[in-house]
Design a protein around this ligand. Structure first.
Ligand SMILES: C=CC1=C(C)c2cc3[nH]c(cc4nc(cc5[nH]c(cc1n2)c(C)c5CCC(=O)O)C(CCC(=O)O)=C4C)c(C)c3C=C
Ligand SMILES: [Fe+2]
Ligand SMILES: [Fe+2]
Length: 325
């Protein structure tokens, strides 16, 4: 056996994270960590600290806790449950190889730093970090890298590191998403329009060099191509606006209110920027935004689930790891 084959590899799937529970205190703790990250909100610190502590943390946790309660499961937050199951399935697929699979969260638990420490203890020499964000953003992907770099500062013998910065048009990912849409159509029929909704960002970040906006456009275009959709059969929108600044447009909520007035009353909604279902898809898209569309005169609104812990998603992860090794 070659020396290379004896090296132990650790694969770490990393997602955003969720509060420990739907208690307001836990939601506040989570939002403090998340919104306190300078990659997420890049305002000067004394100013943002004041805004966060005076205007956001006293109020937002109550509203967010209410939303989390609508989607929470017996096992906990859907985002964490699906991420764990995806990692477990990937580990089962790779059983008997020299690859160990773990999952971690950028905010909250299980902590990224702790999982990296576990790899170190287990003698892992090659680490593959897979942020579960198909499109790169400084607010999400880079923030994971920051933690990895920070942890490594304290290590003397560094492992080799592969960091999967994005996979927004990886053929395996586009194929898996397109197949999930076809399967949904086969079961429920096909609507007038496929609305592809991505999490938004402050618009200014694009000017500052964040490629997220362009990567979302490319992803949506590739999916539409795979599905042979004509220009008027799909739309791209951005959801989850936070605060008063201008975010990426078009805004999901505005388009949903307009579509029925343009004669589009039946839509399928897909969120290709979310690897697994979470608050933003299960509550905002599948509950709150459905109301907006139906109140505006829409008739059918079907949310197509994320890849979650499907076999197809496990295969996407395998393809990403293969490319990285
Ligand atoms: C300035 C605020 C925010 C930026 C920038 C932002 C970028 C961003 N977020 C995701 C993915 C997710 N966000 C989620 C929840 C969430 N996002 C924000 C704010 C910003 N996101 C908040 C305040 C919250 C918490 C809930 C709320 O109070 O509204 C989630 C879901 C977490 C869960 O537990 O289910 C995901 C996933 C991306 C991909 C992104 C930039 C590209
Ligand atoms: Fe977010
Ligand atoms: Fe939201």
């Amino acid at each position: 056996m070659s020396r290379q084959a004896l090296r132990k590899t650790g694969v770490l799937l990393v997602n955003l994270g969720s509060p420990a529970s739907t208690k307001i205190g836990d939601v506040r703790r989570f939002l403090r960590e998340f919104l306190g990250d300078p990659r997420v909100v890049n305002l000067p610190r004394p100013l943002w600290w004041l805004i966060l502590n005076l205007f956001i943390l006293p109020f937002r946790p109550k509203k967010s806790a209410h939303a989390y309660r609508a989607i929470w499961t017996e096992q906990g937050s859907p985002l964490i449950v699906f991420t764990r199951r995806l990692a477990e399935k990937l580990a089962a697929r790779l059983a008997g190889t020299d690859i160990q699979v773990e999952y971690a969260m950028r905010y909250g638990k299980p902590a990224l730093a702790e999982k990296l420490a576990e790899f170190k203890q287990n003698g892992v020499e090659d680490i593959v970090v897979v942020p579960l964000y198909p499109q790169y953003s400084s607010t999400t992907t880079a923030s994971i890298f920051d933690v990895v770099a920070e942890v490594f500062v304290g290590w003397r013998h560094l492992p080799s590191l592969r960091f999967i910065g994005e996979f927004h048009q990886h053929p395996a990912y586009i194929r898996a998403v397109a197949d999930s849409v076809r399967a949904h159509w086969a079961e429920h029929g096909r609507a007038d329009c496929l609305l592809m909704s991505f999490h938004g960002l402050p618009a200014k970040l694009t000017e500052l060099g964040d490629p997220y906006f362009y990567q979302c456009q490319a992803t949506a275009k590739r999916i539409a191509e795979q599905l042979d959709l004509a220009e008027d059969q799909w739309r791209l929108v951005f959801q989850s606006r936070f605060g008063r600044a201008e975010w990426l447009k078009p805004y999901c909520v505005e388009v949903l209110a307009e579509l029925p007035t343009q004669g589009i009353r039946n839509i399928d909604v897909l969120c290709p920027g979310f690897s697994v279902d979470c608050l933003e898809t299960l509550e905002e898209i599948a509950i709150a935004n459905r109301e907006i569309f139906l109140e505006a005169g829409g008739e059918t609104y079907r949310y197509i689930p994320a890849l979650n812990d499907s076999d197809a998603h496990v295969e996407v992860m395998q393809a990403l790891i293969e490319t990285a090794r």
